[in-house]
Ligand binder design. Structure first.
Ligand code: FAD
Length: 287
């Protein structure tokens, strides 16, 4: 099923997982999925590593298992910066054979150690290419606070409009910790004529190091309330975890009250946290 169809009937709940690191067995992800399936997500997406063929094969393998073994709709992430057109065609063939109908089309982050291949410059190039070469539902990334390489929010929204016009069927945001960024972004998108569903990406924070890494990677801003919470509990892992869950639930309740199209939970492959959040919001999803 094309996941963009689901938004017509309900507020969507989706989960994101990543393939296990190369040193770990791929089976570890199936233990995670065994626990996540109880949350009855509308779909589960699987990230795509920036480099290295093992991870890239893993995305297809796991997305296929989610769809065919767990009976849950799956989304395979695909980043194009280090791929040629012929490599993307091979990937698309693999998705088709496995029955994976949904692709999150990304540019990927520039790796200073790896010269980008020249076939795709932006994610919008990948979106058009996928559109021309198969019957896939295409999802793309968006950035409530603006993408960290873009000098202005206006340019960023124009670029997003180009990506949507190229054939994007739905959007998922980068994580944010202050919902007001999401609401302003949603308004800018609406004014720009972007009418596809936009899911809010929510990252439950469970330790200070994790969030510091995220901030340095993607430049999201941390509200004072959030920083105070981290500083108060940083040396108490259990309290920090529970405070992170409570913060994420608080964000989700507010988003749902404001009619968000869907919630995309970055699970960090941690079923306990996803289960706790789900338990707190399941009645809201049904309302
Ligand atoms: P683009 O849409 O190409 O945008 C990149 C930059 O180029 C932006 O600043 C944009 O404003 C600008 N731009 C776009 N078009 C134009 C144009 N025509 N002219 C001038 N400037 C332009 N990374 C991975 O490696 N693997 C993953 O699995 C993965 N999953 C993700 C999931 C989500 C929900 C999100 C939000 C991000 C994910 N990322 C992943 C990270 C993503 O690859 C990076 O954020 C990357 O830096 C940008 O990718 P993009 O697809 O948004 O790029």
């Amino acid at each position: 099923m094309k996941t963009s169809e689901i938004f017509k009937n309900k507020t969507v709940l989706s989960l994101e997982i990543f393939p296990p690191r190369r040193t770990a067995s791929i089976d570890t992800i199936y233990n995670t999925l065994d626990e996540l399936q109880g949350l009855k997500p509308d779909f589960i997406s699987v990230t795509y590593g920036a480099g290295g063929s093992e991870t890239n094969t893993a995305t297809l393998e796991i997305a296929s298992a989610i769809k065919n073994n767990y009976g849950i709709e799956s989304v395979a992430h695909l980043s194009c910066i280090n791929l040629t057109k012929s490599e993307v065609l091979n990937m698309l063939e693999g998705f088709k054979q496995a029955g994976v109908e949904n692709i999150l089309a990304l540019r990927g982050d520039v790796n200073p150690a790896l010269a980008p291949k020249q076939d795709f410059r932006y994610a919008s190039d990948l979106v058009s290419f996928i559109k021309e070469n198969g019957d896939f539902n295409i999802i793309a990334a968006c950035y409530p606070e603006g993408h960290n390489e873009c000098s202005s929010l206006v340019d960023d929204i124009r670029n997003l409009k180009t990506k949507v016009d190229a054939g994007t069927d739905q959007l998922i945001t980068q994580m944010f910790f202050d919902n007001s960024y999401f609401y302003s972004f949603r308004e800018r998108a609406c004014i720009a004529g972007i009418n596809v569903p936009i899911e809010a990406g929510i990252m439950p924070v469970v330790n200070k190091k994790q969030i510091e890494r995220m901030v340095s990677l993607c430049g999201v801003k941390l509200p004072k309330k959030f920083v105070t919470m981290m500083e108060r509990y940083e040396n108490n892992p259990v309290a920090m975890r529970d405070a992170g869950i409570a913060y994420a639930v608080d964000q989700i309740v507010d988003l749902m009250a404001q009619d968000v199209d869907g919630i995309h939970l970055y699970t960090m492959n941690n079923p306990y946290i996803a289960q706790k959040i789900y338990a707190a919001i399941s009645t809201l999803l049904a309302a």
